[in-house]
Design a protein around this ligand. Structure first.
Ligand code: CP
Length: 308
């Protein structure tokens, strides 16, 4: 039976072999395109639509680069200039764009579950890739995060990862936990203020901490999360100075982690709120490596789905 993906909406329940195959393919494509200096033609004649209903710098740009490096045509749908602003409904927009011929839709939406809705409504043969829905999933971010970790710490059975910050609003945290779980990480720790932690019972495979000093002790990788102010009301917003004191990553805290602990953040950064510049730009930071890996992981996903 072929394990080839048709859609990618979440990493939850995706088998380890599928994740490892995508990571291996990302590395193979990175080498084949000579880190982006050589264009491939695997997706010549294919069309990829970037349909982003929320802002994005990294994900949208890297999907575009990934598709172009594989030889595909790319449509960057501009919501602000589109008939969405005249009230056109999502599925009418979908069917209108499909009528122009598409092979894949890369979608970001504030509503959790929108990618699955598109899978149900999309024409047969059109692949849907989730570029982040609500607080639910950001599967390609999860893949690029585990690829970055694997490049430095290949044995996941010994790996202790701490994910700290606004976990409740974070689709990245959920996809990271699903990918790390599938790859057999030894220990996954979640840390944040009680008000920003997921409901009890969600992500039961993780240990929970409210004390960041305890959560980071001995960690091999620490993934800092952005405080997602746009998803909070004024009354929910924590005091930023107090937040940094309790949950911010600086040199003092990083020294409590395992030697050479990888410092990661999906971006965009709130410097001085969840992470100090001294570590974001420091020798242990893998943040820009994550960004670079994003292109190769997205090439791998597009290639697996669309290459003939
Ligand atoms: N990590 C991430 O999703 O960044 P963007 O919002 O810039 O795409």
């Amino acid at each position: 039976m072929s394990l080839r993906l048709r859609h990618l909406t979440t990493l939850e329940h995706l088998p380890r072999e599928s994740i490892e195959r995508l990571l291996d393919r990302a590395v193979m494509l990175r080498d084949a395109c000579a880190h982006g200096t050589r264009k491939l033609d695997q997706l010549a004649g294919r069309t990829v639509l970037n349909l982003f209903f929320e802002p994005s710098t990294r994900t949208r740009t890297s999907f575009e680069l990934a598709a172009r490096r594989l030889g595909a045509d790319v449509i960057n749908f501009d919501i602000g200039l589109s008939s969405t602003s005249k009230g056109e409904e999502l599925f009418d927009t979908l069917h209108t764009l499909e009528a122009m011929h598409l092979d894949a839709i890369v979608v970001r939406h504030k509503q959790s579950g929108t990618p699955e809705e598109l899978v149900r409504h999309a024409m047969s043969g059109v692949s849907v890739i989730n570029a982040g829905d609500g607080n639910r999933a950001h599967p390609t971010q999860g893949l690029l995060d585990v690829l970055t970790i694997r490049q430095h710490r290949p044995d996941f059975s010994k790996l202790v990862v701490t994910i700290c910050g606004d976990v409740e609003h974070s689709r990245v945290a959920r996809s990271d936990v699903h990918a790390l779980t599938a790859l057999g990480a030894k220990e996954i720790r979640l840390c944040g203020p009680a008000s920003l932690m997921p409901a009890a019972g969600e992500l039961p495979q993780c240990q929970r901490f409210e004390d960041f000093d305890q959560a980071i002790a001995g960690a091999d990788a620490v993934i800092m999360l952005r405080l997602q102010k746009e998803r909070m009301s004024d009354t929910e917003l924590p005091d930023e100075t107090a937040y940094f004191r309790h949950f911010g990553l600086d040199k003092r805290r990083l020294a409590m982690a395992a030697k050479g602990c990888l410092v990661m953040h999906p971006g965009p950064l709130n410097r001085g709120i969840e992470i100090a510049s001294e570590v974001a730009d420091g020798a242990q930071s893998r943040i820009l490596e994550q960004v670079g890996n994003g292109v190769f992981v997205r090439m791998a996903v597009l290639s697996e789905m669309l290459a003939r």
